[in-house]
Design a protein around this ligand. Sequence first.
Ligand code: BDR
Ligand code: CA
Length: 311
Amino acid sequence: ARKIIIDTDPGQDDAVAILLALASPEIALLGITAVAGNVPLARTAENARIVCELAGREDVKVFAGCDAPLRRPLVTAEHVHGKTGLDGPELWTPQMPLQPGHGVDFIIDTLRAEPAGTVTLCPIGPLTNIATALEKAPDIAPRVAEIVAMGGAYFEVGNITPAAEFNIYVDPEAADIVFKSGIPITVMPLDVTHKALVTRARLEAFAALGTRTGRFTAEMLDFFERFDIAKYGSEGGPLHDPTTIAWLLKPGLFTGRHVNVEVETQSDLTRGMTVADWWGVTDRAPNATFIGDIDADGFFALLTERLARLP
Ligand code: BDR
Ligand code: CA
């Protein structure tokens, strides 16, 4: 099985990404590192454990990581995710422990302990933990198999400002470090996630599983999609983060391009913009595979089939 670490700020869509990984035998989830993002760190670390307990996986190692971006105050997104970050279903206080130690040290220690090139990092929140690990332990960069991240945008541009996607906007300096790290990186930008819409039929398919995971997922996404339907007038909310895990399971669902991507860190107007050279108009070397298209029906079929395996 493919060994991964999920770095996350749950977040309803983060929760679904975690569930998809836990439901998939092709993936060995070595641990989850929580980061501040959609809601503050205490909440994301708690939400990650609620999701593991929902899946009956109290054994998963969950660590708390960084509680603020590298050089800026935290910006959160309760307007999208609700006060808890997982609004929708009824939540509980998790019983499973938070692991001792810092999430960043877990990332570093794991990459040093496992054979080089065997651990994939899946960041689906602001990139603070990953960047901090790379700064603290530069020797880990060549040991990372691949980074598969949700973040950024090219034609779709922004969801938190007109120019920027939330995960990159919150910690652009961290994103800059990651994109310049030389690690192979595959990115799910808004351009692709805005094609993975939770329509009513897809939402009802989760509820129809008749399991607690199915119900919890439907209740979360019902809350989550209200924001986007009201805002964008689309058929449903975009299910951003699980696309990263789906890419690991079934890359044939996606197409993209290997391009140069640079992150804007200076301008107030375009802070966090991912400037992707989609048309190859510069001679800057490609450093990331930006995904542009998804077989959305195939993606939701995979997701529904996998979630059906959980309690
Ligand atoms: C990203 O921001 C968060 O709100 C979501 O969880 C996702 O990771 C989308 O811009
Ligand atoms: Ca997220």
